[in-house]
Write a protein that binds this ligand. Structure first.
Ligand code: SAM
Length: 296
């Protein structure tokens, strides 16, 4: 078998040169999530040849460009300047310049700035194209060992307690595999919330992907709670949780209410949360569990 001819690689079927930077186009360029060697040949070409780069943090991107030996004008594009800066970027694109959008790591627009800029471009008829690369969510899902056929990406949980609990309540019946991003300083409380709303499901904690200390811990939520009582979370995490299964619902069926509450306490919950979780499993009010426990 012969390999592809150089002509096939360099030109498409219309004779247009492939990978040529087009005027007036926004390129979403995924950057490495840890290992700089993951930057693709095409990404390097685009970053080297566009007219300017819009970066979430220009200092971070300056380091990447220095590693590549590329020097390029940059503008910042982040959460708090995205509306006005988006307009400026769109105007420059309409005037015929080409732009690469990059974030600090991974795929722009996925829990990162970019989705608004893509929308603005779409509304103005500006072409947007994609230069694929790492996305922590997809890497973790692939590594999780859990069912990957149907999944729901949830990104970061809200920092507001009420909002977070409402979201978890909604998700507790979700049958698809769930994907969450989490920072190390929130991991312990997030795992406690997961224990309360999801019970002892399988979880994969995917840490520092593509970095020197990459680690995939495939365990259950209760075991993860116990582990992080003894060990400090370090680095960046993606948490993959199996979706609801019928057998996940029924583990407590043979328990008395008191045994049910104790089960949760033994798995790291405080008494109040344990009563709430047992009440939720049984579909009864909290005070009913409480009364049963004190024998009334
Ligand atoms: N757009 C990025 C992507 O495509 O992966 C995600 C950006 S989001 C602001 C950052 C979060 O992604 C981190 O808090 C962590 O949850 C996850 N993440 C990024 N890099 C990671 C890595 N190397 N290992 C594990 N999780 C990572």
């Amino acid at each position: 078998m012969s390999g592809p001819k150089e002509r096939d690689i360099m030109y498409d079927s219309n004779g247009r040169e492939k990978n040529k930077i087009e005027a007036g186009v926004l390129y979403l360029v995924a950057t490495p999530i840890g290992n700089l060697a993951d930057l693709s040949e095409r990404a390097i070409k685009v970053l080297s040849e566009v007219d300017f780069i819009a970066a979430e943090d220009t200092r971070n991107t300056a380091k990447l460009l220095a590693y590549l030996g590329v020097s390029k004008p940059m503008v910042s594009y982040y959460q708090h300047n995205r509306v006005e800066r988006g307009e400026v970027i769109c105007q420059r694109l309409k005037d015929g310049e080409s732009c690469a959008l990059v974030t600090d790591a991974g795929t722009p627009a996925i829990s990162d700035p970019g989705e608004d800029l893509v929308r603005q471009c779409a509304e103005l008829g500006i072409k947007v194209t994609f230069v694929p690369g790492a996305c922590a969510a997809i890497a973790a899902l692939a590594l999780s060992g859990l069912f990957t056929g149907r999944f729901a990406f949830e990104g970061f949980m809200s920092g507001a307690k009420g909002e977070r609990r409402q979201r978890l309540e909604e998700l507790s019946g979700e049958e698809r595999t769930l994907i969450f991003y989490e920072a190390p300083h929130h991991l312990v409380s997030t795992l406690a919330d997961f224990a309360e709303f999801f019970g002892d499901r399988k979880i994969a904690l995917c840490r520092e992907l593509t970095k020197l200390n990459e680690e995939i811990m495939r365990t259950t939520i209760f075991e993860a709670v116990k582990y992080y009582e003894q060990n400090s979370p370090r680095g960046e995490y993606v948490l993959i949780i199996e979706g609801k299964k019928k057998e996940n619902l029924a583990f407590w069926l043979d328990f008395t209410p008191a045994e049910h509450v104790n089960f949760y306490i033994e798995n790291g919950m405080d008494k109040n949360s344990a009563i709430k979780a047992a009440a939720k499993d049984r579909g009864v009010p909290k005070n009913e569990i409480y009364k049963e426990m004190i024998g009334k």
